[in-house]
Design a protein around this ligand. Sequence first.
Ligand code: PMV
Length: 333
Amino acid sequence: MTYTIGLQASTVGTGHAHGKTILVGEHTVVYGLPAIAIPLSGLTVDAVARAGVDSAVSGRPTMPRVLDREHFQYRFTCGHDDSAAGAEFGPAIAVRAALHRWRIDHGSVEVSVGSSIPPARGLGSSAALAAAAVRAVANLLAEPLEDRALFELVQCGEQVAHGRASGVDTATVIALEPVWFEADKAHPIMPGLDAALVLADSGIAGNTRQAVEVARGVLGRRRADARQLLATAAAITERAATALKAGQAATLGYWMAEFHALLQKLGVSTAELDRLVTAAQRAGAHGAKLTGGGLGGCVLALTEPESAAAVAGALTDAGAQQTWTVPIRSRLP
Ligand code: PMV
């Protein structure tokens, strides 16, 4: 059986998601190795879905439109068969996959999304937009949506956006706790420390798809070293997890810095990101690294709560366009 979207124009569905930052393990996670990521509940995305006004006429899709670039407002219309529209826009691809899953074969939905996550900064913007949009459409259609089904739908868009998406972004933008992500599965990981994460935006847009290609190229050219490099990445991530759970902030910072060195070897850091990392370390951070795809985007520093303001100030002095301070709180297992 197939269905048409036959809803009152006044009926709306809503959906929410948030940003994320990767503590350790980006890029090597693409090869099935573990990563640790932290949800950023203060960077939010809210979506509203309604039946497309054109659905009775033609079901014709519209390309994604940016309504207000400064405030990251987007609107797009999606039908089940508009494969050309928004071909590169992950949230539209995810919504189309959702319509297909729910066997909606006629009509369209209009989705409006407002985000406080700057795009192309390694903060999970594309996954969070898609997750909020799919949740809004599920809510509109009164379809139950388990986290695993949501994960799979969002991944349809992320595979296009990243070229090869591990799923760590998707898992973390819908998670409520820090995440240990490995081989396509997310598990909560309970921090044993009270600390602060200071995020600093280099102001330069990253490009995850390109960065994943760069890293793959390096691993392909240096085959002899690649196995060793991946083994080192997995070992660093394991040790970082142990330090996070045991509340050893200085040790965790040390492994973050080691992971930044590994990302430099993978070719995804830049002079600007390296400068911000050095500034954070000099200002007293336990450790700092680029976070996310790199080639631009953000740096992440781990600090004592009382040093966070000084580290954020040093990052601004070193050229960061914006900083955010996020607490990590210890939780009992
Ligand atoms: O979306 P970004 O830039 O935070 O990158 C996600 C992490 C990568 O490991 C680079 C890609 C992936 O899909 O895991």
